[in-house]
Every structure is written in C-alpha cells, then in structure tokens.
Design a protein around this ligand. Structure first.
Ligand SMILES: Nc1ncnc2c1ncn2[C@@H]1O[C@H](COP(=O)(O)OP(=O)(O)OP(=O)(O)O)[C@@H](O)[C@H]1O
Ligand SMILES: [Mg+2]
Length: 452
C-alpha cells in the first residue's frame, strides 16, 4: 500500500487491522485469503478500503460472493459497511467512514444537458445520468406513496425538455393530468385499461412505420441515431424518440388478462421491437406480481424499486433491488436501482409541473437564443461548427453534438441553402421573435456568463 499524503495515517493502521481480520475470517471458513491488492481511496468525504481478491489463486469464487458472507464480514469488522463488486474480478469495498446521508428531497435539476436523462442522486453525491438512447425500458415499482408517480413525472418533464414525444396511460388521472394538452403527446392520454392496450397498439404501428422508413433509407440504419444522422444529411425529417409510460400498470394488467392476456403479449413485442426505433416503455406498478414481472422482465433494462411491502422482498431481490423492503416509510423518493444501488429520486416542484403543460419546445433556452440571434445578426443565419465553438465557448466536439441535437429538434437545417451548411430554420426565426424562455434559461445564462 502506498501512502498518499492526504489520507490520515490512522486509516492505514485500520486497513492493516481489517486485512488481518479478513484473512482470519476467510481461513475459519476454509476460504483462501489471497489478495492481489489493498488500497485506500478518498472520495466525496468518505475513506474507502478496497480489497481485491486474487481470482487466479482462489479458483471458484462463488463462495466469496454470497450475501451471507458479506453480512458476517460486516459483523466481524465491527459493523462497517462491506460491499461487493464483481464486475471486474472480485473486490470487497469497505467503508472506513460513515456513508454521507442523502438529502430527503432533491429538486429536479434545471441544467441536465440536452440528450441526457437523470434519475436521481447516489450516496456519493453523483447524479445517475445517461443518454436517452441508453435508457432502454424501465420498471418502476413501490407501494402506495413511495414515489413512483413523482419519478415518472420527472422523466416525462425531462422528456419534454428534449423534444421527446409521449404516450401516456394514467388510469387514476392524477399522474400526468398537467400534460393533457401537451403538444408532444403522440396520442391522447389513455384513461382506461382498454385505452392502454390501444396505446400500445399505436406504439407498435409506429414501429411498423419506422421500420419502413429505415428500410427505404440507404445506409442500413440499425437504430434511431443512425437513421437520424442519415436523414438529416439527406434533408429528410428526423425521427423523435417516444416514451411510452404506464402508471398503475398492475391494475391495467389485471384488467387485461394478466400475463397471458393480449396486453402482456403486445408489451413484450413492443419491448423487443421498440428499442431499435427509439421507443422506450416505462412501467409504474404498485403490486408487482410474478405475472406482471414475468411479462416485462425479459425486456426491461433497468429496474427501480421504491419502498415495497415485506411480502415483496423476494420479488424485489429477483429484479435486482435487494432491500427495497427496508426503505423507511418516511423516505418517499428513496429507491434502489438494480444497476446503481440506492438513490434519492428527484422531487418535481409544482411550478415545474405547471410550466410542463406549455410547450417547452416552443421556447428557446437562453444559450441557444443568444447563439441563434448572433447567427442571424451576422447575416445569413448560418451556423458552422467554428461559429458554434467560438460564440458558445465550447469545444469542436461539443459544437458537433449541439449541431446534431439542434437539427433533430428542427432548430437548424440544411434545406434550401447553396453550400449545404446548417442554417436557422424559419420556425426558429419565429421563436427568436418570441421572448418566452424555458425553465433552463436563467441557469444557462449564468453558465454562459461564467464562460465569457
Ligand atoms: N422524490 C421525492 N422526493 C421527496 N418527496 C417525494 C418524492 N417522491 C414522492 N414524494 C412524496 O411522496 C408523495 C407520494 O408520492 P407519489 O404520488 O409519487 O407515490 P406513488 O408511489 O405514485 O403512490 P401511489 O401508488 O399511491 O400512486 C408525494 O406527494 C410527495 O410528497
Ligand atoms: Mg402513483
């Protein structure tokens, strides 16, 4: 172990002690105590010991990764939190200091970058964020009042900020009411189980339409990003991503014949077909019977469990959200994500809900507004990569990304100009003369001011 100056000496002594205890614990269980490395890291106020097992010398490591062993090690190490990481080799992660506490309420951030979606905050303070194209299909479970609908709203609002179209089913009429008139709705909000099935059928019909578009496009696009790149180049209309969201899906499911009903079959079909065409589904469910989980499990890329009943502990574990039944009743919004562990999901304040009803697509964020105005003032509304990089103080790489996002949103296009460069569209010129700005405006202004 090398000793970086910033880590307090006492943690090294502690780490040595832990290494001895671990060796003894393993030997008592007839497990070989071979480590390739032990190292200390300091991250976000925590000091963490990482113990890497020598998998070439221990052979079969199945006995090292059992829940029971982790629990026992925790006791033998004086109650310190012990986690296992077995994505690359086998590592034990031991916290030498307490976990920082997650805030009880974290407002949905205003400055999530375009093209990205964020789920919430982890213990280490990092946000769980990913590109929309990596989101896949999602299962969100939890008992009443645990935070499912709030999370779905936060995703719907983020979708509207990205110009993503919505297909919503809301049987209670409480989750998405504020979006009823939203211009990004692909179809009216489904309010009954039968309408929910019709909605899924509409999504499948859209898969058919998109499949035909892919087929007729030279270059063999295999996903939406590939198709859009080809379409924008050819001056064709790009496709928008679609989010299909079903809240209260357990009751919809029950009403529509359960796991063997038509709805289950169609959802499974949408699961495997939709991904390729930029169509994602998100299920919210209070009761997640084997029936429901069975029908969607194969297709779901990520499962999120808010607090569940003790009787659902096993199913929560089966979907990768162990200990969701241990989440306290007074922590709505706290969830376990199968791929990321515990997080606090975002709280969506009322003012964001109210503004979600209006089209955020029809308002330009301040960053884009100032850049586009400059392009108009400079003469022809042309937006080259160099212009974007210089005026927006961003790298060429970021400029290229912005350019493709703007093209997809219809803010710029190559149509109707001589040298095949991107220009501001007529629609954007209309938006520029409209002073309304989105929720992200003030934030972006701050950011661009600090850049200047
Ligand atoms: N992320 C969050 N942060 C803080 N508080 C939250 C969060 N999510 C939900 N809450 C609180 O919990 C309450 C219930 O949340 P929500 O309506 O989303 O639950 P639900 O799981 O959809 O319940 P039901 O199954 O009854 O519809 C909210 O009104 C809010 O007060
Ligand atoms: Mg709800």
């Amino acid at each position: 172990m090398t000793e970086p100056t910033q880590i307090n000496h006492r943690y090294f002594l502690e780490a040595e002690q832990i290494a001895k205890t671990l060796s003894a614990s393993f030997e008592r269980r007839n497990l070989k105590p071979f480590f390739t490395n032990l190292f200390l890291v300091q991250d976000l106020g925590m000091t963490i010991l990482i113990v890497v097992l020598d998998t070439t010398r221990i052979g079969d490591h199945s006995q090292y990764i059992q829940d029971e062993l982790l629990h026992q090690l925790k006791t033998e190490l004086g109650g310190r939190s012990v986690y296992l990481s077995n994505t690359t080799g086998v590592r034990f992660v031991i916290l030498l200091t307490a976990l920082p506490k997650l805030p009880r309420s974290i407002e949905l951030p205003r400055d999530i970058p375009q093209g990205m979606v964020s789920l919430g905050m982890r213990f280490n303070g990092q946000l769980i964020s990913m590109r929309w194209s990596d989101l896949g299909h999602l299962l969100i479970v939890g008992m009443t009042g645990s935070g499912k609908s709030s999370m779905m709203r936060s995703l719907a609002i983020q979708a509207t900020r990205n110009g993503i179209q919505l297909m919503l089913a809301d049987i209670d009429g409480t989750t998405f009411a504020m979006l009823a008139e939203h211009p990004l709705l692909f179809a009216p909000i489904a309010a009954s189980p039968q309408e929910a099935l019709d909605l899924i059928l509409k999504a499948l019909a859209e898969c058919d339409r998109r499949a035909a578009l892919y087929k007729s496009t030279p270059g063999f696009p295999e996903n939406m990003d590939e198709y859009n790149a080809l379409a924008v180049k050819a001056g064709k209309e790009p496709l928008t991503r679609i989010l299909v969201m079903l809240d209260e899906s357990s009751s919809v499911f029950k009403a529509m014949g359960g796991g063997s009903g038509e709805l289950a079959g169609r959802i499974a079909e949408l699961g495997w077909r939709g991904r390729k065409f930029g169509i994602h589904f998100i299920f919210g469910a209070q009761e997640f019977t084997k029936d429901l989980v069975g029908a969607v499990r194969e297709q779901v890329n990520m499962s999120i469990a808010f607090r569940v009943k003790p009787t659902s502990a096993q199913i929560a574990k089966a979907i990768g959200c162990t200990n969701a039944h241990r989440i306290p009743a007074d922590r709505p919004g706290f969830a376990i994500v199968d791929r990321f562990g515990p997080m606090q999901s975002y709280f969506v304040p009322k003012r964001l809900l109210l503004s979600a009803g209006s089209s955020t697509l029809d308002a330009l964020p301040e960053f884009e507004r100032s850049l586009f105005s400059r392009a108009m003032e400079s003469g022809d509304g042309k937006l080259t990569l160099n212009n974007i990089a210089e005026w927006g103080s961003v790298s060429q790489h970021q400029a290229r990304k912005l350019q493709s996002i703007w093209a997809i949103r219809g803010w710029i296009a190559k149509e109707g100009n001589r040298d095949n460069s991107f220009c501001i569209t007529a629609k954007t010129q209309g938006l520029l003369s409209n002073r309304q700005t989105t929720q992200t405006a003030s934030n972006r202004t701050n950011r661009s001011q600090t850049q200047n």
